[in-house]
Design a protein around this ligand. Structure first.
Ligand SMILES: *[C@@H]1O[C@H](CO)[C@@H](O)[C@H](O)[C@H]1NC(C)=O
Ligand SMILES: *[C@@H]1O[C@H](CO)[C@@H](O)[C@H](O)[C@H]1NC(C)=O
Ligand SMILES: *[C@@H]1O[C@H](CO)[C@@H](O)[C@H](O)[C@H]1NC(C)=O
Ligand SMILES: *[C@@H]1O[C@H](CO)[C@@H](O)[C@H](O)[C@H]1NC(C)=O
Ligand SMILES: *[C@@H]1O[C@H](CO)[C@@H](O)[C@H](O)[C@H]1NC(C)=O
Ligand SMILES: *[C@@H]1O[C@H](CO)[C@@H](O)[C@H](O)[C@H]1NC(C)=O
Ligand SMILES: *[C@@H]1O[C@H](CO)[C@@H](O)[C@H](O)[C@H]1NC(C)=O
Ligand SMILES: *[C@@H]1O[C@H](CO)[C@@H](O)[C@H](O)[C@H]1NC(C)=O
Ligand SMILES: *[C@@H]1O[C@H](CO)[C@@H](O)[C@H](O)[C@H]1NC(C)=O
Ligand SMILES: *[C@@H]1O[C@H](CO)[C@@H](O)[C@H](O)[C@H]1NC(C)=O
Ligand SMILES: *[C@@H]1O[C@H](CO)[C@@H](O)[C@H](O)[C@H]1NC(C)=O
Ligand SMILES: *[C@@H]1O[C@H](CO)[C@@H](O)[C@H](O)[C@H]1NC(C)=O
Length: 731
């Protein structure tokens, strides 16, 4: 089936067709955005009322509604009637797809067909529990976006085909209708860029935050060898990684690590497990090259300093009936005194050398649902400020599971408690794609899954874990949980295959590959800071929804573009076989990345089969992929370590000119470096190829991928150009 109507209207939005949008309120109360006499957005009803169940469409001329085009492609609508709840409905062709709002892939979908839910943490669910990033923003396959600028609670309803509706608990509401800008070649990226300019964009993460990151749910357990406390246990992890030559950049202590009830709320380390935290953290950094972070949450457990102070000062949010087991209420951070108390207490951690927080919870009943977005926005900002005042912007890595879009400026994301099975992996891939569609770019999942249910000693199975490691290699962040009975180099995994550990081998291959891809990943993280365009990209987001593409393109939940150059198809089921679809619009052909032999034509599908030593990954024609060793991290075993960049190029006659913006530097202290590839056809049908590059900042080489194989050429410091004449190209 080909979505003709959808794609035809989209075609009208691509550049070259100069649009002159107008907004008008019709007699029946609908707000229309039109381009000349063609309706491009039908905001068929503006809603207001005393409750979300009693809102009704407003008639034309109702007091308190205003609208205007604030840019040629963005209309701002303000609602401020006597109603306590406000919302809007959008109507479109029944085949229209709506994307966005939630990270969680309800029904394993990347779009929102037939979904209705609040703008809150999703909680326990299929595949992943607590996959909770969210944004009051949706994007349509017809080529417009709608962003509602609020932290109040709302609900989105996509259960009527071709219709999207939202209602917020707010007596005044502002929303934006966003159309592709004329200057963009991709309508969807253009909408995301304009949306994130209105809400927030993520900050450049430190390289250590991208991983490989190794952590444990409980470092105070599972001691091996001569280990007798959590500090030594963490060092044991990095000794093992060193002995196996597996790259790593950071670690964090989940709860428990502090004193007090349930180990959280006294703002300290338990001396039984961390006898000398400051010296330990400094040594981890200096001797092991590892950054250290800790778990935090906005809730005070009974008997702790946080609980006592909040009770004494009346800062506690009244406990809700859903708090069980004394998990503790949250502090109301809307109260300035509570906010500054929490800030001053948290400062202990950066002062002790901690370089980031894993920020948990905020959606487990410790506050009423209506306060989730307001309180998490405050908490994530507070957490950011305590770290930034010690380490500076981008000098630390904070990540959360419960975040609403404005918090994108102050936190990165992990996708919650995924299940340690193939369903958890499949849902994690889809949630990564969805995180991209709500413009959270720096994202990772617990490799292998977090929730290990059942009695099988191998949970996750060796196969699930291996496949997930590959997915994490091609995720912005690679983080992996170790612990009792699930540490690759200890039993049962270590001797799963007669003493020859597949798990350690795959871990080594994938973690080291992820480390090698760091220059590439950082470059896209940088692009996201400038444009909001995510690193994990739904197929349609990268192709721009080309006209002759099949309808199923909008639905693909197990394949994505990783940055602009890689097409990635993780294996998310047992057996190692899957079908891969090669979309049009991004490239005419794709080259299988690891073997560099098989070529696939866009528009086709292929059945592929891979062992645990690979994953289906493809590069586009004209791709430029900067890889290399630019961050030492734990690699102290490399004598006289020096940064080195290896720029892979994949020339094709189908792409005469391509470019890559490489980000050189650490955190916020970097610069953009342009690299370009030019291809000219020779009279004999071969090609002359050239790479031009600015100052790359480090020793570098170009690796040409040609019919005759690979060819390495060293590059000059300070920038330059390198070329080959009359070569036969691969694809
Ligand atoms: C709807 O209301 C607006 C503002 O009050 C007015 O300018 C416009 O003419 C009305 N449209 C119709 C079709 O009545
Ligand atoms: C819409 O506008 C176009 C170009 O201005 C014109 O050719 C066409 O006839 C108009 N259609 C209608 C239904 O008014
Ligand atoms: C807008 O949608 C409403 C509800 O489906 C429909 O009645 C109306 O005709 C549509 N208006 C336009 C201009 O398409
Ligand atoms: C009204 O709000 C409640 C609580 O947020 C929510 O569960 C429900 O889905 C909403 N109903 C509608 C029609 O938006
Ligand atoms: C909404 O309207 C009320 C009453 O006219 C006014 O006091 C208030 O400032 C308005 N709010 C916004 C956000 O415009
Ligand atoms: C929509 O979802 C409901 C349950 O949430 C289900 O009963 C119904 O069959 C679904 N409809 C379609 C068209 O998928
Ligand atoms: C995760 O969510 C599922 C519901 O899908 C629930 O049955 C299960 O108990 C939850 N697991 C944990 C550890 O909370
Ligand atoms: C709406 O928000 C207010 C706080 O602004 C809260 O008191 C009220 O309970 C909320 N209503 C619903 C139905 O959630
Ligand atoms: C434990 O033993 C390993 C070697 O097996 C050694 O490298 C490490 O320093 C020892 N740790 C402590 C705390 O003694
Ligand atoms: C909190 O108050 C309880 C009851 O007064 C007390 O037992 C406890 O020691 C206090 N906790 C801290 C950390 O001071
Ligand atoms: C937090 O405090 C503010 C200011 O007193 C209040 O308006 C709000 O309702 C409180 N929030 C919650 C969740 O209790
Ligand atoms: C710790 O919290 C639990 C659950 O609320 C409570 O039963 C217990 O008494 C608390 N312990 C202390 C020492 O306060």
């Amino acid at each position: 089936m080909v979505g003709v109507s959808v794609l035809a209207s989209l075609a009208a939005l691509v550049p070259g067709v100069l649009s002159q949008y107008t907004v008008s309120w019709t007699k029946d109360g609908g707000l229309l955005v039109a381009d000349g006499n063609r309706t491009v957005v039908n905001n068929s009803a503006i809603l207001a009322g005393g409750l979300n169940t009693t809102v009704t469409p407003l008639g034309n001329g109702t007091e308190g509604v205003s609208y205007e085009l604030v840019t040629p492609t963005v209309a701002r609508v303000q609602l401020n009637t006597s109603g306590a709840f406000h919302g809007a409905r959008f109507s479109d062709d029944a085949s229209t797809r709506f994307f966005g709002v939630w990270e969680y892939p309800f029904n394993y979908q990347i779009d929102n067909k037939n979904i209705s839910f609040d703008l809150k943490g999703v909680g326990n669910s299929v595949g992943i529990n607590w996959s909770n990033a969210r944004a009051p923003f949706f994007l349509t396959s017809t080529g417009y976006g709608v962003y509602t600028d609020t932290l109040t609670m709302g609900s989105y309803d996509f259960t009527t085909a071709g219709s999207a509706q939202f209602i917020f608990n707010s007596s005044s509401l502002v929303y934006y209708i966003i159309l592709p800008s004329e200057s963009s070649s991709n309508p969807f990226k253009s909408i995301i860029t304009q949306y994130t300019a209105l809400s927030a964009r993520s900050e450049m993460p430190p390289t250590s935050g991208l991983g490989p990151t190794f952590w444990s749910d409980d470092f105070t357990l599972d001691f091996h060898g001569n280990v007798s406390n959590a500090q030594e246990n963490i060092k044991d992890v990095f000794n093992q990684l060193r002995d196996n030559k597996i790259r790593a950049t950071s670690t964090f202590a989940d709860r428990p690590y502090g004193t007090g009830n349930r180990s959280w709320g006294n703002f300290d380390f338990d001396p039984t497990f961390y006898p000398d935290p400051a010296a330990f953290i400094a040594n981890l950094k200096d001797s092991y090259g590892i950054d250290f972070a800790v778990w935090i949450a906005n809730r005070g457990q009974l008997g702790t300093e946080l609980y006592n102070a909040s009770l004494a000062n009346g800062w506690q949010i009244p406990p809700t009936p859903s708090i069980t087991g004394g998990l503790g209420p949250a502090l109301n951070l809307s109260l300035p005194a509570a906010y500054s108390y929490f800030t001053s207490k948290l400062e202990y951690f950066p002062a002790t050398g901690v370089r980031g927080y894993k920020i948990d919870r905020g959606e487990e009943g410790e506050m009423p649902d209506w306060a989730q977005n307001i309180q998490m926005d405050l908490f994530l900002r507070l957490a950011y400020d305590t770290m930034a005042s010690r380490w500076g912007a981008s000098g630390f890595y904070n990540f959360a599971r419960s975040a609403v879009d404005r918090s994108r400026a102050v936190t990165h994301i992990w996708n919650g408690d995924s299940h340690a099975n193939f369903s958890g992996l499949a849902y994690s891939v889809a949630s990564g794609i969805r995180a991209g569609l709500v413009a959270f770019p720096v994202w990772g999942s617990d490799t292998g899954g977090y929730i290990r249910e059942g009695d099988d000693p191998f949970t996750p199975s060796v196969e699930v874990w291996g496949r997930w490691m590959w997915f994490s290699a091609f995720s912005p962040v690679y983080e992996l949980m170790l612990g009792t009975n699930h540490t690759p180099w200890y039993a049962p995994y270590a001797d799963a295959q007669g003493g020859n550990s597949v798990t350690v081998d795959v871990l080594k291959q994938t973690a080291n590959l992820h480390a090698e891809l760091t220059p590439y990943i950082k470059s896209y993280a940088y692009e996201a800071t400038k444009t909001g365009v995510p690193i994990i990209r739904a197929l349609f987001l990268e192709t721009g929804g080309v006209e002759e593409e099949s309808e199923s393109l909008w639905e693909v939940s197990d394949q994505y573009f990783f940055g602009g150059e890689f097409l990635v198809a993780p294996v998310v089921a047992a057996g190692g076989k899957r079908s891969v679809y090669f979309p049009k619009g991004a490239s005419r052909k794709y080259l299988e990345y690891f073997g560099k032999k098989q070529v696939f034509v866009a528009g086709s599908s292929a059945n592929v089969s891979v062992g645990l030593d690979a994953m289906p990954v493809y590069v586009k024609q004209g791709a430029i992929v900067p890889r290399g060793d630019v961050y030492q991290g734990n690699a102290k075993w490399i004598e006289n370590w020096q940064p080195f960049l290896s720029i892979e190029v994949f020339p094709s006659l189908d792409v005469r000119e391509s470019g890559f913006t490489y980000y050189d530097g650490e955190g916020a202290e970097g610069r953009a470096v342009e690299i370009s590839l030019k291809v000219e056809k020779t009279d004999g049908g071969n090609a002359d190829v050239r790479v031009d590059y600015e100052d790359l900042g480090v020793e570098a080489e170009v690796v040409w991928y040609l019919k005759s194989g690979e060819k390495r050429v060293n590059l000059s410091r300070g920038g330059g150009s390198t070329s080959l004449e009359d070569v036969e190209l691969l694809f």
